[in-house]
Write a protein that binds this ligand. Structure first.
Ligand code: PLP
Length: 370
């Protein structure tokens, strides 16, 4: 009982090629291919409007805005973060010489558990770096209350949260800075790309210096910046893809609904519940396998799916705290992270993208139902 063709976990949202050609012709005629060009500026403006935020800087990928955010806010010492994410979250701390302090997650969202943050704060703590994992919004109010109480900064890794809103407000408005990834595998992509959202013009100015070697004019360098400017070709591609992302999210919403209906009564399979006040982007569809009730372990199901050419992914397994780089940290122990540890052991992200057919989805459901 294999599906007709291989079903991958994601598929890049590619704009129609013929629609992209005029953009390329325009770039060629302008002869301005990077360094804050026409499309770079147009994309920043369009993203502000689309996302409902005031200040955004686009980047070459989603990792450099994290690294740059920490530089911009001069974060040092220790930062509290989640082990249940993609490695880049913690790597950004390491690249700034900051010690990551892992705190466990909330089983209802997979996000940093605010109730466990205070116990991890030390005199060296300067910031909190949560992740809106799978696009599930963090408890931003509880996190901000802790940050205010202890004088900490908050930088959200919002790589999964493109377009996510709570009560109609962008989740990117929370904290001091939020960062996005526009990698090919994400809901919205610029092939490689990313962005940083901040809340005032001065910070945006500093970020724009930092992403261009620290240049503040022709002969003045104000900080040891990096080069992470987005080029015109990808900015134009991004501008065009923005016109297609809503229908892609709508297609993902339908996939989400079909999975939920198809898997609702499968013993031992659970999934996150949707909150009525949240506008989701349906970036991932994680399921959690209770081996005893389901009668098969997560890995057994994962490999069975692969045998049928259905390529789910074990996001996020292993936990970041289990990689050799980080497992020696005092906060990396399993006893400190029981919820994250069990989620990492039980999760499979099912194929989720705009291009799945009803037949594909039914096929995935059938394999899981046995
Ligand atoms: C994808 C991702 C990143 C990194 O983004 P890139 O664009 O690949 O550099 C960072 N954090 C999380 C949670 C991600 O999923």
């Amino acid at each position: 009982m294999s599906c007709n063709e291989q079903i991958t976990v994601t598929s890049p949202l590619l704009p129609p090629l013929e629609e992209f050609i005029p953009y390329l012709q325009d770039i060629w005629s302008r002869k301005w291919i990077t360094n804050n060009g026409y499309y770079h500026q147009a994309l920043e403006k369009a993203l502000c409007e689309y996302l409902g935020v005031e200040y955004i800087s686009v980047f070459t990928n989603g990792t450099l805005p994290l690294i740059t955010a920490l530089q911009a806010l001069r974060i040092t010492g220790e930062v509290i973060t989640t082990p249940y994410s993609f490695v880049a979250t913690t790597h950004s701390l390491w690249w700034n010489g900051i010690k990551p302090v892992f705190v466990d997650v909330d089983p209802s969202t997979g996000n940093l558990d605010p109730n466990k943050i205070e116990a991890a704060i030390t005199p060296k703590t300067t910031a909190i770096m949560p992740v809106h994992v799978y696009g599930n919004p963090c408890d931003t109010e509880a996190i901000q209350a802790i940050a205010d109480k202890y004088g900490l900064r908050v930088i959200y890794d919002a790589a999964h949260a493109f377009g996510v809103r709570v009560n109609g407000e962008s989740v990117l408005k929370a904290g001091d800075i939020s960062t996005l990834s526009f990698h090919a595998t994400k809901t919205y992509n610029t092939i490689e790309g990313g962005a940083l959202v901040c809340h005032d013009a001065k910070t945006k100015q500093r970020i724009d210096y930092l992403k261009n070697f620290g240049f503040a004019g022709e002969t003045e360098v104000v900080a040891p910046g990096i080069n992470s400017k987005m080029d015109e070709v990808r900015a134009a591609y991004g501008l065009l893809n923005l016109r297609h992302v809503d229908s892609a999210i709508e297609a993902r919403r339908k996939v989400d609904t079909m999975y939920r209906e198809g898997l609702a009564d499968v013993e031992g399979i659970s999934m996150f519940e949707h909150r009525p006040d949240v506008t989701y982007n349906y970036s991932y569809f994680p399921i959690f396998i209770d081996a005893e009730k389901y009668g098969m372990t997560r890995d057994e199901l994962y490999f069975k799916m692969r045998e049928h050419d259905v390529l789910g992914r074990r996001y996020f397994y292993p936990l970041i705290s289990e990689f050799s780089t980080y497992r020696g940290l005092p906060s990396a122990g399993k006893n400190n992270l029981p919820v994250a540890t069990s989620m990492a052991a039980e999760v499979i992200c099912l194929p989720m993208h705009h291009d799945l057919s009803d037949k594909d989805i039914q096929c995935v459901i059938k394999i899981i139902k046995k």
